[in-house]
Design a protein around this ligand. Structure first.
Ligand SMILES: NC(=O)c1ccc[n+]([C@@H]2O[C@H](COP(=O)([O-])OP(=O)(O)OC[C@H]3O[C@@H](n4cnc5c(N)ncnc54)[C@H](O)[C@@H]3O)[C@@H](O)[C@H]2O)c1
Length: 455
């Protein structure tokens, strides 16, 4: 079957390359001509584990094509996916203008019987609105919902190993078409849930809200562990072994970010308000998540004197991606800088995007250069490479002695053995056996006011 994908970002490009491996001819379309020109020359506009190799091999096979010519790309396709952005609007609701525009642009070129499928994350009722929108343009094609559950950083693996595939279809023809596309998965035991479009749309938001609640919950449990002397890793293991709960998303961190959880939880709240079913748990979660970033910035400042230098290791919102949208670094770094702290940073993938988003930071390609002469080091992203850094060398090159591990990535005692004071999340502080160097900065006083300030 010929497939068109309108919107060649994280979701569109990954989905397109992966569907091509199933033997379909896929045309990825984007209004960004520079992006398409780059892709035609084999240059990916984003970093995603394993995607480069997949795009290269599928392009060579002739099954994966790119174009900025929407009409040509859509014509003849049996399924047209829409995977354009759905950013938040000024009220925290969803800006659907990209989806509506894409539908307007696509409608005149839809072949008879082709199914228009919304893969973008959209509020309940959107597929039915788009159905009315294209009907008004004289097109009677079915409009379906096929929400995307992939995670950046493991998007390719997630495509091939999904927990479930959700097909939202109000018309049997749409259900049949998508069921045939996903038949190879069903054959391998992946549940393909066929439901109404509104169920599928709401399921996507409910899933993300629930996962974000797990993160917010374990972050607050970590706070309690710090006060009681418990270790959050052990508590989370005990809790997570319960099959009713599960261990995923039970690791504390500096507050969730990225392109999905923050905007999708806000949109979930907006939908709840619109329909008179307030989502008070999620409202409280968003407050807790914002407060957490401020609180963890305050914790760093509590250990530093004015004019100190902090090295941040990792600025991506999570490992495996160069995405910094709503990353904790975007809140924590400016809060440090506002208090006169100089920030140096390293991230294996975010140097280019980071220099644009955090221009007042001194960026380094080498983590050892970033930490040299720093008063404190803060691990903000769980890149596995940081685990194997030479912490003896790092300790020797630092001016100060404090390491904040806001991902609980490192072996606390091993780091402390090199003379560093290790401060993780929800676990006891590990002190060095003896202060190897002078120079650890004194507590500066009233920085914690930052955490209390309204955001
Ligand atoms: N990124 C994720 O991890 C993820 C996961 C699940 C779902 N989603 C959802 O998928 C959707 C896309 O997210 P993304 O991260 O891939 O966004 P993105 O910003 O990376 O990509 C969107 C692309 O759409 C293009 N575009 C916009 N309007 C267009 C038009 N009219 N015609 C053709 N192209 C157009 C843009 O140029 C851009 O390249 C969003 O609704 C998002 O919430 C994202």
């Amino acid at each position: 079957m010929d497939i068109a994908i309108v919107g060649t970002g994280y979701v569109g490009l990954t989905t397109g390359a992966c569907i091509a491996t199933l033997g379909h001819v896929v045309t990825c379309i984007d209004i960004d001509k520079a992006k398409i020109a780059g892709l035609e020359q084999g240059k990916l506009p984003l970093y995603e584990t394993g995607l480069d190799e997949l795009v290269t091999s599928e392009r060579r096979s002739g099954r994966l094509r790119f174009t900025a010519d929407l009409a040509a790309g859509v014509r003849g396709a049996g399924i047209v996916f829409v995977s354009v952005g759905t950013p938040p609007d000024l009220r925290g609701d969803v800006d659907l203008s990209y989806v509506r525009k894409a539908a307007d642009d696509i409608a005149p070129h839809l072949s008879k019987g082709a199914v228009l499928v919304l893969k973008s994350t959209v509020p309940a009722g959107t597929a039915r609105q788009i159905k009315r929108q294209i009907s008004a343009l004289g097109r009677n094609n079915p409009v379906a919902s096929n929400p995307e559950f992939l995670r950046e950083g493991s998007a390719v693996a997630d495509f091939f190993n999904p927990d479930r595939i959700v097909v939202g279809a109000d018309e049997p023809a749409a259900a049949r078409s998508l069921a045939s596309l996903y038949a190879p998965f069903e054959k391998h035991g992946v549940p393909v849930v066929v439901t109404s479009t509104v169920d599928a749309e709401l399921a996507k938001y409910a899933s993300n809200a629930f996962l974000a609640l797990k993160i917010g919950f374990i972050n607050e449990v970590a706070d309690l562990c710090e006060q009681t002397g418990a270790d959050v890793a052990s508590v989370a293991a005990c809790v997570g072994h319960d099959k009713r709960i599960g261990s995923a998303f039970l690791a504390p961190g500096p507050g969730f970010g990225g392109s999905c959880f923050p905007k999708d939880t806000r949109a979930f709240i907006a939908t709840g308000r619109r329909f008179g079913a307030n989502q008070t748990l999620v409202e409280s979660l968003i407050r807790s998540n914002e407060l957490r970033k401020r609180k963890l910035a305050g914790r760093i400042l509590d250990h530093l004197a004015r004019g100190s230098v902090v090295a941040v290791l990792g600025t991506a919102f999570k490992a495996g991606t160069d995405d910094m949208r709503e990353a904790a670094a975007l809140t924590i770094v400016p809060l440090l800088q506002q208090q006169g702290v100089k920030v140096k940073a390293h991230d294996p993938q975010c140097r280019t995007v980071g220099a644009k988003m955090l221009p007042a930071v001194s960026w380094h390609d080498d983590p050892y250069a970033a930490v040299a002469d720093a008063d404190a080091v803060v691990v903000l992203t769980e890149w596995p490479d940081y685990r194997t850094l030479d912490w003896r060398r790092i300790a020797a090159s630092m001016r100060g002695r404090t390491l904040f591990d806001y991902r609980n990535l490192l072996e606390a005692s091993a780091v402390a053995a090199h003379g560093l004071r290790y401060i993780g999340l929800g676990r006891p502080v590990s002190q060095p056996p003896a202060a190897a160097k002078n120079g650890s900065a004194s507590t500066a006083g009233d920085w914690h006011d930052i955490a209390a300030a309204p955001y």
